[in-house]
Design a binder for this molecule. Structure first.
Ligand SMILES: [Zn+2]
Length: 237
């Protein structure tokens, strides 16, 4: 264990001891995903692995993260405190760790400029139409995927504020309102922001906002064609 992991272990144990357990070893793990996992040894946590995106988190934020983790290890309702939430949603954290996340991400072109379309142009049209506000786009990174994805047309990583749009939409044959709708959908996830332990991102409030898009039904209907296009391509037809 290095100095960073000694600090991690000390903080993990201060959260663990108050919950009647103990952590034997704490390690930072280098994965693309923001995750944590653990190995139990009876009632004791033998090893705790925590994403290395948190290796520079202030003590208070890290302690609150550990408290949330301990509660989820014990099967309770996990919640993160406000110091953790403030840190993790700060521009400072995002700008420092997002480049690491992007380096670890596969299938992103790392540019918002496609062969035919620019993702920012879609965002600008959405702004002009009053569907989104400049705050929705704060500290956001837009990129095309490098390979086309036919089943997932857009993707939003809410913590790192990364929106990836499938390159199948970078095609003049796809109507612009369909492209804009996919970008709009992802911007609504940006508006939600980071919501830890969220299992229902498409809740009623989200669906209500989605339907404000003027050609919502048409766009949804058009999007149903893409999976079949992908299957046709794979089978060489
Ligand atoms: Zn979604």
């Amino acid at each position: 264990m290095d100095g960073k992991e000694q600090r991690l272990l000390a903080i993990a144990n201060s959260a663990a001891l108050r919950r009647g357990t103990e952590v034997g070893e704490a390690r930072f793990s280098r994965g693309g995903r923001f995750a944590y996992r653990w190995r139990m040894d009876g009632r004791r946590i033998a090893v705790l692995y925590v994403t290395d995106y948190l290796d520079e988190a202030p003590d208070r934020a890290l302690l609150e993260f550990m408290e949330g983790v301990m509660d989820s290890v014990r099967g309770g309702t996990a919640r993160f405190g406000s110091a953790f939430m403030e840190y993790i949603t700060s521009d400072a954290f995002i700008l420092r760790k997002r480049p690491v996340f992007l380096r670890r991400s596969r299938n992103i072109a790392r540019t918002d400029a496609g062969r035919h379309r620019n993702i920012y142009d879609a965002a600008q049209r959405l702004l002009d139409a009053g569907l989104i506000s400049p705050e929705d786009l704060d500290c956001t990174y837009f990129t095309w995927t490098s390979a086309p994805n036919y089943t997932r047309l857009g993707y939003c990583h809410q913590m790192f504020r990364v929106v990836a749009v499938s390159s199948v939409l970078d095609d003049p044959a796809v109507p612009e309102y369909v492209f804009d709708f996919v970008v709009y959908h992802e911007c609504l996830h940006l508006r939600q922001g980071y919501r830890p332990f969220d299992r229902r991102p498409h809740d009623a409030a989200f669906r209500r906002q989605e339907k404000l898009y003027p050609r919502y039904a048409e766009a949804e209907a058009y999007m149903k064609r893409f999976p079949a296009m992908g299957r046709g391509r794979r089978s060489g037809k």
